[in-house]
Design a protein around this ligand. Structure first.
Ligand code: SF4
Length: 435
């Protein structure tokens, strides 16, 4: 979930640079420089940053899950175990140069060099927060850029990954929703975010072979992942595959605004942890905040959540709830949420302090209101957490991601026309509500 419009590209350049310098933060970056590769033997020290994007002819091998890569290699007359070797080089060692994949047969290396490549995404900027959070802006072409955020914690590292350039859902409290929609990311563009971040962090931290920097992925960056289902599922499989990143299903989370038929498909195809953006206890309010509710209302959504739990790796659904002052944060609304879910969907609530941006017309609930709301849910028997703000100083907190989107579908305009008024209770004097 992203983004008040706050472009990161420092110079207001006319378009994406096709070849960002390797090993240096690009113009406008406030972050620490990315270390240069040493050029030593073994895996190259730096994943390529997609310099082949323009005019590239090769198949991007990051687009494949292992089965897809095996089929591609079979087309080259190669056995499956060669695909496994290649897949491990790419994802476990971060290698992009076929010439360095030393245990691959020379003949296969030559074949690959003619038809394929391992193509990452150009990094437009990198920002590092005082709390260790890192935000990258990746160029995905045609004036679009998406953001990826690494959030370090004491016992793990989480990567927040984008699935689309923009988003067509148009949630009221989300800046990406106000920017419109350009296109779906390819599988390779989703995977490239993890591939780049994991191998960069491993090098920086000098991790031993087998140690990983990222053990948690949340599909909560720009976009509605379940509206890019065909690209999402192979990307998830690569995250989970023991020959890929080997992440636990419990530690890969798809966050959705509630695309009911795709929740059902994900349950069958690749069940991972599920987070649902709920944000309201009734359809009248949710229709205004999360417009997809008009198509898939709350009752249908909760039924899909129940079905999902039959196959889910966790025995609960996480409901995300953005706290909006005077809109969805009253005691009565907390009680209505309890009525809605108790005894129906085993769940946890994650309350998200809203990060305001001018076009939203919405305000952040006060810290006291958030605490009271959380306590009411908790007292009602629902485990409730309040999301800790991370990366605030680099606009990397939830709802602050700011990619760049060319709204080629005019989604922003259409959504603005269909937008309905949201009743806002006046703030009581002295409530401390943040604007
Ligand atoms: S689904 Fe809603 S919250 Fe998520 S990116 Fe799209 S508009 Fe934002």
């Amino acid at each position: 979930m992203p983004s008040p419009a706050q472009p990161l590209r420092g110079s207001g350049s006319a378009g994406p640079s096709q070849e960002p310098p390797r090993g240096e933060a690009t113009a406008g970056s406030l972050g620490a420089p990315v270390p240069r590769g040493s050029g030593s033997a073994g895996p190259s020290q730096e994943p390529p940053r997609g310099e082949a994007t323009a005019g590239s002819l090769g198949v991007n091998l990051l687009d494949f899950d292992l089965e897809g890569l095996a089929a591609f290699c079979a087309g080259l007359g190669e056995k499956r175990f060669r695909a496994v070797q290649l897949y491990r080089w790419m994802h476990q060692k971060g290698e992009h140069d076929f010439g360095r994949m030393t245990d691959l047969a020379q003949s296969l290396r030559r074949k690959l060099a003619g038809v394929a490549e391992v193509r990452g995404l150009p990094v437009l900027s990198e920002h590092r927060s005082a709390d260790g959070t890192i935000k990258w802006l990746f160029d995905v072409g045609n004036g679009n850029a998406v953001e990826t955020v690494f959030i370090p914690e004491t016992d793990r590292g989480t990567l927040c990954v984008s699935s689309q350039a923009g988003c067509a859902v148009g949630c009221r409290f989300c800046s990406t929703g106000h920017q419109g929609f350009s296109r779906n990311l390819a599988t390779g563009e989703i995977v490239a975010q993890l591939w780049f971040a994991e191998h960069l962090l491993r090098r920086e931290r000098r991790l031993a072979p087998g140690e990983r920097a990222i053990d948690n992925v949340v599909m909560m960056g720009m976009g509605e992942p379940l509206q890019n289902y065909a690209a999402l599922v192979p990307a998830l499989r690569t995250m989970l595959d023991d020959h890929g990143y080997g992440l636990s299903r419990r530690r890969v989370t798809v966050s959705t605004s509630g695309v009911v038929p795709m929740i059902d498909r994900l349950r069958g195809d690749c069940p991972v942890a599920l987070a649902v953006s709920l944000h309201a206890p009734d359809d009248a309010l949710r229709d205004g905040l999360v417009p997809i509710n008009r198509k898939y209302p709350i009752a249908e959504l909760l039924d899909a959540c129940q079905r999902y739990l039959e196959a889910a790796p966790r025995d609960f659904i996480t409901f995300e709830y953005c706290m909006l002052d005077g809109v969805n944060d009253s005691d009565a609304q907390a009680d209505a949420l309890l009525q809605l879910v108790r005894g129906r969907v085993p769940c946890k609530f994650n309350l998200i302090p809203f990060n305001p941006f001018p076009a939203s017309g919405l305000r952040r609930s006060s810290a006291a209101r958030v605490a009271a709301f959380a306590a009411r849910l908790q007292d009602g028997g629902i485990v409730t957490t309040v999301r800790r703000t991370r990366g605030d100083d680099i606009d990397a907190a939830c709802g602050q991601l700011a990619g760049e989107v060319q709204d080629r579908t005019n989604a922003a305009q259409r959504l603005a026309q269909r937008r309905v008024a949201i009743p806002v209770r006046p703030a009581p004097s002295g409530s401390g509500a943040a604007a």
